[in-house]
Design a protein around this ligand. Sequence first.
Ligand code: 4AD
Ligand code: MG
Length: 435
Amino acid sequence: MTQNKWIPIASVLQGELVGRTVCIRGWIYRRSVVGGKAFVRIRDSTGVIQVVVDRSRVGARAVKELKDIGLEASVEACGTVVEQPRAPGGYEIHADRFNIIGYSRDFPIKGGEGLEYLLDNRHLVLRSPRYARLMKIKHTILRAGREYFISNGWWEVTPPILTASACEGGATLFPVKYFERTAYLSQSAQLYLEVLIYSLEKVWSLTPSFRAEKSRTRRHLAEYWHLEAEAAWYNMDDMMRVSEELVSYIVEKTLEERRRDLEEIGRNLDTLKQAVNTPYPRIRYDEAIEILQTKGVNIEWGADLGADEERVLAIEFEQPFFITHFPKEIKSFYMKLDPRDDRVVLGFDLLAPEGYGEIIGGSEREDDYEALLKRIVENGLNPEDYKWYLDLRRYGSVPHSGFGLGIERLAMWIAGLNHIRDTIPFPRFRGRIYP
Ligand code: 4AD
Ligand code: MG
């Protein structure tokens, strides 16, 4: 048997093989046995098709076996392609041959199970066509993100995951035993990317980032994929333009290549389409506070915007939108202060519409040695730990900016999910790391 004898189910569903004999293989997704006939829905990585296994064509044994065997058995089948409007996808295969490759008895997922049970059986749940679609959507998001940077002349680099110091504050650091001392899992590649702009000017990386988030929310993971960029000579506006072009490009590609998958999981494409158009609206933190106050939200200047505030603001916009110039107290030590008002930073968040909240955080970086040292001390950090980072401001400092995009946050919004966990095959949260 050669490899190419087997054809993908999707190519049968295209309808050009009616009347021909084909061979497929995959897993049993649904089946029912009526009299001497079994109706078996088989799925592979490309789709689901109904195979009719008739005693008169394949013998009584195959049909009897199908009565006993469970869902998710692996099988192969050869037969004639027939147009059948009542079958899902409009075509079915009338089998001449049907073999069971791997038995499956009492598959533990039958439908209607609770969340914790499904998470305990994640290794099996991931076989469902819905997860296959979500993983394909994520594939396209990742591919488009890489493609954007590569085709615009940015260098891909490989920063470490084991780190010596915090980028985003101690509260969400994961310590790990590192030989005789303690190290931390990276929260962001940013500080390393800043090093690398001195040789490559425009760099990007795609790495796992880790946050020891104290509570389980709909949009926080303990481990997520972080697409980050950093560029010499770029100011905040330049970097905001890169952010919006990147998001617009990813949405456009996903709409182009994954339209069917998006539709099948129930995503409303009209709202998504608006994100292809740039520029995205920009408001300052001051304006965000005013909008919130006129809407009756109890918030004062200086407070951080949480998920609830972000949702209220999102009602104002149909596209992703930027919030800029946050008070320095609620942002990280490395953000440059606005020379026109040093109570605020030259920092920006990009928020998804439809209430999905922050998908990108970025800023211009403090490039002055003394100013950065002051911010490190103000933030209660030890300047010793950041000696190397401060050095970058001692030897040929340049204005520069960067940002980080949370891939799962973006995927959650693009797919229109109400929880981040389904954007990643093996989600990590507080209280759970399995399998
Ligand atoms: O806003 P954050 O914390 O920014 C940084 O880490 C910067 N150092 C990035 C940079 O400038 N290079 O995180 C960036 C993005 C957020 O906008 C969000 O999309 C995502 O990372 N993110 C998370 N995604 C899932 N789960 C979490 N716990 C996340 N925390 C942040
Ligand atoms: Mg942020």
